[in-house]
Design a protein around this ligand. Structure first.
Ligand SMILES: COC(=O)N1C[C@@H]2C[C@@H]3O[C@]2(Cc2nccnc23)C1
Length: 130
């Protein structure tokens, strides 16, 4: 219904702003685009569902998310992939795991800071009814 569309439009505006803030943070450059499988030939053997911030942004525009939880599930996927593909004790792996955890914490903090809970409840209700 129309009111629901207004709520979902507001959610999309909100999620684009968060996604843009994460993507312009230099700390998260390695998460902004899909891992280049030319450069990393075994990536898709290990990671079955790649995800990145550019893909996240395009999913917003495709109305893939109807509540913040769905958006955060894809953020968690970015983080899980990074932890799975970079598990070693090497400095590089530790660095990317640390950045992945920072991405998750920043994303959750942005949502919590700017989304009041009854707006999210309204979005959840819309999701339940669909
Ligand atoms: C989210 O990003 C990642 O999980 N990775 C893992 C890959 C291994 C390493 O870093 C990545 C890209 C890369 N390209 C060339 C050579 N080595 C690398 C980024």
């Amino acid at each position: 219904i129309c009111q629901e569309e207004n709520t979902l439009r507001e959610l999309r505006i909100f999620l684009r702003d968060i996604c843009a803030k994460l993507a312009r943070n230099k700390q998260f450059f390695m998460f902004t685009k899909p891992v280049d499988v030319e450069e990393v030939p075994d990536y898709l053997d290990i990671i079955k569902e790649p995800m990145d911030l550019e893909t996240l942004m395009s999913k917003i525009d495709k109305h893939s998310y109807i509540c913040a939880r769905d958006f955060l599930d894809d953020i968690d996927l970015i983080v899980r992939n990074a932890l799975e593909y970079n598990p070693d004790k090497s400095a590089e792996d530790k660095h990317i795991r640390h950045r992945a955890c920072s991405l998750r914490d920043k994303a959750y903090a942005f949502i919590k800071a700017e989304m009041d809970s009854d707006f999210e409840d309204t979005c959840r209700d819309i999701r339940e009814k669909r």
